[in-house]
Design a protein around this ligand. Structure first.
Ligand code: NAD
Length: 247
């Protein structure tokens, strides 16, 4: 799919690490111009290639005052064609110990920011009569997990938001879908992966026999961002090496 994103402008949040970094690199390789957003400024500068096709925005996606700067960064390039709502956090907590603060922060980052960014870019995409919104769900968009009260609820919410976007925006040539990775090697999962029980569980559960890399999610994101996926809308796509196919 070389050059699959020529002449497209993509906004990727959480671009300094893990899945967002892999998606940003892959989109650049495929000819897109990328607005890379993250609240960690230095990794953003360090990890992404130096190219005129990249603009970095150092911002917290939950800060409503940053929205104009984030979306405005694409103005010289004619606005945003592809939005990847990838920035996310996982603050573990069971029903016995999840605090109000961690619940609220989880929803602010994982759900409210994607909602606001989608609302900000939708009119641009409607004018272009073309657009792609790709949200990061999780297999926790379908299932529950231990001490994942806020995270699991937020990933179910992103599934609901995506389906509503798909219905509202489909008539304008805009699709919205969500990716559902299982455990992937990233900064977010590092703490969990340090536990051999967790690591062995996911290695054993996936018929492919290994835990996924961020690039394994970037490939499906590329497909959803491309023209090839125009009839795929409102869907969740499990990226799990078959783990969730196994009983
Ligand atoms: P990561 O921690 O490696 O990267 C997330 C990036 O988002 C970081 O660079 C962080 O600075 C940024 N970020 C967090 N909050 C932000 C905010 N408020 N504003 C701006 N940037 C912010 O995590 P990852 O594993 O690459 O996760 C990316 C997405 O994939 C998340 O939505 C996550 O829920 C989802 N996901 C990850 C896994 C996994 O196993 N790693 C599995 C399923 C889903």
């Amino acid at each position: 799919m070389s050059g699959a994103l020529d002449n497209r402008v993509a906004l990727v949040t959480g671009a300094a690490s893990g899945i967002g970094l892999a998606i940003s690199r892959r989109f650049l390789d495929e000819g897109a111009r990328v607005i890379a957003v993250d609240m960690q400024g230095s990794p953003l500068e360090r990890e992404l290639p130096k190219t005129d096709a990249l603009r970095s925005v150092y911002a917290d996606v939950t800060a409503i005052e940053s929205l104009a700067e984030i979306v405005g960064a694409a103005e010289p390039w004619g606005g945003i064609d592809i939005l990847v709502n990838n920035a996310g956090i996982c603050l573990p907590g069971s029903i016995f110990d999840q605090s109000d603060e961690s619940w609220t922060r989880t929803f602010d980052v994982n759900v409210t920011a994607p909602f606001r960014l989608s609302r900000a870019v939708a009119p641009m995409m409607r004018d272009k009569k073309w657009g792609r919104i790709i949200n990061l769900g999780s297999i926790m968009s379908d299932f529950g997990g231990p001490s994942l009260c806020a995270y699991g609820a937020s990933k179910h919410a992103i599934a609901g938001l995506t389906k509503s976007l798909a219905v509202d925006l489909g008539p304008y040539g805009i699709t919205a879908n969500y990716l559902q990775p299982s455990a992937i090697w990233t900064g977010m999962s590092r703490g969990f992966m340090d536990d051999p029980v967790f690591r062995d569980y996911w290695e054993g559960k996936a018929p492919v026999g290994y835990i996924g890399e961020p690039a394994d999610v970037a490939g499906p994101a590329l497909f959803l961002a491309s023209d090839e996926s125009r009839f795929v809308n409102g869907m969740g796509w499990r990226i799990c090496g078959g783990a969730m196919a196994r009983f």
